[in-house]
Design a protein around this ligand. Structure first.
Ligand SMILES: CC(C)(COP(=O)(O)OP(=O)(O)OC[C@H]1O[C@@H](n2cnc3c(N)ncnc32)[C@H](O)[C@@H]1OP(=O)(O)O)[C@@H](O)C(=O)NCCC(=O)NCCS
Length: 179
């Protein structure tokens, strides 16, 4: 707060000239009010928060539990992989309008660790559709510290799913319904 007053340029100078008789405390209060109106507000935390691309959809949000922790005290990578597979499978099943199975995990990047207490959000996008297969990209964000939330991108992955009949035999992906 004090630094803002000292650093205030033109506006603070004009203020000082016209208010020489008021008390120091009143001057400080007025200067603060003046500056609140003059300075460009800092970017809001939301603006600085990493976000998934606009065309990704929130498919799953879940909080890991102490039972999901590895020997380092972070969340076990397998837990993250399982949730990614669930989120990707939900997106693929909706596109396939029915059952799917995971045929391949073609890319998986753990960028940051996940901790107990994080709210972990899984965003998905169907990036390709073949005759029987559907490729889904998943981006994962962890929101830490509920008291002062900070969101970081922790993982991204690309998985392929195959549309199947109830019997497990593969089937064609149906055409996309008209928008
Ligand atoms: C998935 C399954 C039905 C595929 O049967 P298949 O006869 O081997 O199928 P294909 O080799 O013809 O591949 C089917 C589709 O998957 C695609 N595919 C296969 N391997 C792939 C890979 N590594 N990456 C991306 N796509 C792949 C093929 O390109 C094909 O797509 P298209 O029809 O759109 O061209 C069969 O392999 C299966 O049941 N696997 C076990 C699935 C499972 O249990 N998953 C859970 C594991 S924990």
């Amino acid at each position: 707060m004090h630094e803002r007053i000292v650093a205030g340029g033109e506006g603070a100078g004009r203020y000082a000239k016209g208010r020489s008789t008021v008390t120091k405390g009143a001057r400080l209060g007025q200067a603060l009010r003046y500056h609140r109106n003059m300075i460009t507000p800092p970017p809001s935390p939301a603006a600085a928060t990493p976000q998934p691309p606009a065309d990704y959809e929130l498919m799953l949000r879940v909080a890991p539990m102490p039972a999901d922790v590895n020997g380092n005290g972070d969340i076990f990578g397998g837990w993250v992989m399982a949730q990614v597979d669930i989120a990707g499978g939900l997106a693929a099943a909706r596109r396939a309008r029915g059952r799917v199975v995971t045929v391949a995990v073609n890319a998986f990047l753990f960028k940051e660790p996940v901790s107990v207490g994080d709210a972990v959000s899984f965003y998905t996008k169907v990036v390709a559709t073949g005759r029987t297969s559907i490729t889904v990209h998943v981006e994962v964000f962890a929101t830490r510290k509920p008291s002062n939330p900070v969101t970081v991108k922790v993982t991204e992955a690309t998985l392929a799913y195959v549309a199947i009949e109830r019997s497990g035999v593969k089937r064609e992906v149906p055409p996309e319904p008209p928008a």
